[in-house]
Design a protein around this ligand. Structure first.
Ligand code: SF4
Length: 462
């Protein structure tokens, strides 16, 4: 396959981190905790989890196929609630609009709750470059922000860090004791963040769901920081991908528990808010102005693909990442994309640039575990294959590779040609062309001296 610079970087990083025992230990430990609570949570809540998955998958897939209709319904209802909508084609347009709001309201400090959509925009460095202080208020996000890193995982941003790593980071950043226990680190962060909430001019959140029939956004979180982010400052900006729509308020009955049981194993996430526009005249809390940025940023490229568009049903629970043997070995940062793991490998080539990121669809063992755990029944491993097919049809392979494949197809399809050479000759030939792809760490498979068909013939003659 023709390799992009990102592909080469990916292989280099993956090669290094796969042999980092300490990294594997931390990930194994954290994912094993997750596995236990998911099994418990799903077992307690569902009599028939398959039925819940089927229903949720069907609803989301219908929405994706009629996205234009639902988006218009949502927009009309959101405007009626007093909110303002901004449609953004890409990250550049979204950032430009955010900057207009920042200037209009003379914003110098921003509090932000966890949102992968804002990661797509690289919002934090952009705001900082424009002299706006921005503080992540989700504990995991706050930790990776202090470490100067991207989130490692779409649900658990600091999954790759142990409690000792976090204590050492705080010691360096805030001069807290180097052996500070997690409870005290949390209290320290809480105090620090309270001040930020009190003084922020603008709150930025994502949105887990956009509810078409009420024109509301639904926010799900465990720390209450999302509620403070949207209600303390005078202005609230929510940023959401256009695929986040669900048709009716009642559908949350299905999606909220699916998200929590698949995301963390909780029966319900601790705080679930439904936000219908800014503060009304008779209300005490909430922002004076609320904007919603509806972001495309490559989603319509995905929508244009008849098979792969199903991946737009994703509710970002993170279950497929935790199930994936590749993710568990190479970790989140190796992907070098906003969305990682199986779902990232399916969607990122379309959200970014297919040629640059097509290699992600090949970074899979196709074991299918991701498909099994997905709460909205996205056939992830099949879509990875569809992406591979798309890559080949769109010129991903070099001239030599194509010729090699043609020759191999001809030879492997002909019994006479296959029996012309003996095992040793076949082995030498296969090794000459295939050893690079096979990699240096696996023993190249030996080929039997006589083929099965030769042995079968001989046996029957006997
Ligand atoms: S693809 Fe499915 S399992 Fe993976 S994050 Fe999305 S909803 Fe969860």
């Amino acid at each position: 396959m023709k390799k992009s610079a990102k592909h080469r970087e990916f292989i280099k990083k993956a090669e290094k981190i796969s042999f980092d025992e300490e990294h594997r230990r931390k990930i194994r430990f954290n994912i094993s905790k997750y596995d236990q609570s998911v099994e418990k949570g799903q077992g307690e809540l569902y009599k028939n989890i398959e039925l819940a998955r089927q229903r949720s998958g069907q609803i989301k897939y219908r929405v994706i196929n009629e996205l234009d209709k639902y988006l218009i319904e949502f927009e009309n209802n959101f405007l009626r609630n007093g909110g303002k909508i901004i449609w953004a084609m890409d990250a550049e347009e979204a950032l430009k609009e955010i900057m207009k709001i920042v200037k209009k309201h003379d914003v110098s400090s921003v509090v932000k709750s966890k949102s992968m959509t804002t990661e797509e925009l690289e919002l934090n460095p952009f705001l900082e470059k424009n002299s706006v202080e921005v503080t992540e208020t989700d504990l995991g996000e706050f930790i990776v922000q202090q470490a100067g890193q991207r989130p490692y995982h779409i649900v658990t941003p600091a999954m790759h860090m142990s409690k000792e790593d976090v204590a050492a980071l705080y010691n360096k950043k805030f001069e807290t004791p180097a052996d500070m226990p997690p409870e005290e680190l949390t209290i320290y962060t809480r105090k620090l963040l309270r001040k930020k909430f009190m003084n922020a001019d603008l709150g930025i959140t994502g949105a887990n769901f956009l509810i078409a029939d009420t024109g509301s956004i639904a926010l799900t979180e465990n720390e209450g920081n999302g509620m403070l982010t949207m209600s303390f400052p005078k202005v609230h900006i929510a940023i959401a991908g256009i695929e986040k729509i669900i048709p009716r308020l009642e559908d949350l009955d299905l999606y909220w528990p699916l998200l929590s049981t698949h995301g963390t194993g909780q029966l319900m996430t601790v705080y679930n808010s439904i936000i219908s526009g800014p503060r009304k005249e008779n209300e005490k809390d909430g922002p004076e102005e609320m904007y919603l940025i509806l972001l495309d940023n490559g989603r319509t490229n995905l929508l244009a693909q008849e098979r792969q568009r199903q991946a737009l049903s994703c509710i970002r629970c993170g279950a497929c990442l935790n199930a994936c043997p590749v993710y568990k070995n190479i970790g989140g940062h190796t992907y070098n994309t906003t969305y990682t793991g199986p779902i990232g490998s399916v969607i990122e080539p379309f959200l970014e640039d297919f040629k640059t990121y097509k290699h992600l669809s090949f970074a899979s063992s196709l074991c299918g575990k991701c498909t099994t755990v997905c709460p909205v029944k996205i056939p992830l491993h099949e879509l990875l294959l569809v992406n591979r097919d798309y890559a080949v049809r769109n010129g991903a392979t070099s001239f030599l590779e194509k010729q090699g494949m043609k020759m191999a197809t001809k030879a492997l399809g002909s019994r006479t040609m296959m029996d012309m050479a003996k095992g040793k000759t076949k082995y030498t030939f296969a090794k000459m062309f295939g050893s690079k792809a096979w990699g240096p760490r696996r023993e190249f498979p030996h080929i039997a001296e006589k083929s099965f068909s030769q042995q079968w013939k001989e046996r029957n003659q006997e």
